[in-house]
Design a protein. Structure first.
Length: 275
């Protein structure tokens, strides 16, 4: 009787089938570390990625499903290089905003093209529909994975550090008061006087325009693909778990919701320390 009970429990311990829709660059490097651990635990992992990428390359650890995109490796390399240069550029707040806008415009066009060619790759989408995945694991900086999760009607796990415009707060209904949570480019802490709070609020205003510029095309794409009107926050609200690459040692304390879990350290290189 004990043996029969133990054998019946094997199905509960079996690994799941995970669809992974990553974002290229450093986002993939930290996500890959998590996937390696999941693979060791017996989960079946299918990664969907464009044929042209920086770091997402075929590997024996995962099933890789590659799809064609309408840009070259040289164009991709230059776009990422230009963006990395702008991050460290000095200047006034207005200059930094303009450079950020231009960089986001270029990378967003490339990411949107990638997502479009994935969703309208009929052969690949048919394969995903027939594969019966248990969950989608994706980086919400590119909402393509969340669109697929909605199309496949499976739960999703989001892996991120932060999103433009604080969309993670809107999607999870998490408090994000400008009197407490510092905004990007302000150089403020979580302890602000009245004038610093006013500054923090003013710096938050451009986010509304930037966010609409970046994510509105994805809302249009999702609405066409899913054949119903949806917004990006609508898609993100469906996420089951938010794995946040944050640590209150390096980031200021802020409110979190129950499904927002801190997993700091996964994006750090593991090196053996000397004596």
């Amino acid at each position: 009787a004990t043996l029969v009970l133990l054998l019946s429990m094997l199905s509960l311990a079996a690994g799941g089938k995970l669809l992974v829709v990553p974002v290229d660059g450093s986002h993939w490097l930290s996500m890959q570390e998590v996937l390696d651990s999941l693979k060791e635990k017996g989960h079946e992992i299918v990664v969907v990625a464009p044929e042209i990428s920086l770091y997402i390359k075929p590997t024996n650890n995962f099933v890789m499903k590659m799809f064609p995109v309408p840009f070259t490796q040289e164009e991709l390399d230059y776009t990422f290089w230009r963006t990395s240069q702008d991050v460290f550029a000095e200047g006034s707040f207005l200059e930094r905003i303009v450079k950020t806008y231009e960089g986001v415009k270029n990378t967003s066009a490339m990411f949107l093209s990638t997502c479009t060619h994935l969703l309208y790759n009929k052969e690949l989408v048919r394969y995903l529909e027939e594969s019966k995945f248990d969950a989608v694991y994706t980086d919400p900086l590119l909402p393509c994975g969340q669109i697929l999760a909605e199309h496949l009607s499976v739960p999703s796990v989001l892996f991120l550090q932060q999103m433009p415009c604080g969309l993670e707060f809107e999607a999870t209904q998490c408090p994000n008061p400008p009197s407490y949570v510092p905004r990007a480019f302000t150089d403020l802490t979580d302890h602000m006087n009245f004038f610093q709070r006013v500054k923090n609020l003013i710096f938050d205003i451009p986010n509304y325009f930037l966010c609409d510029f970046v994510f509105q095309p994805y809302a249009k794409l999702a609405s066409e693909f899913l054949q119903r009107d949806v917004t990006v926050p609508d898609l993100l609200r469906k996420a089951s778990i938010w794995l946040m690459k944050l640590d209150f040692v390096l980031h200021y304390p802020r409110p979190l919701m129950p499904n927002m879990i801190l997993v700091s350290g996964v994006n750090c290189a593991h090196k053996k320390l000397t004596q």
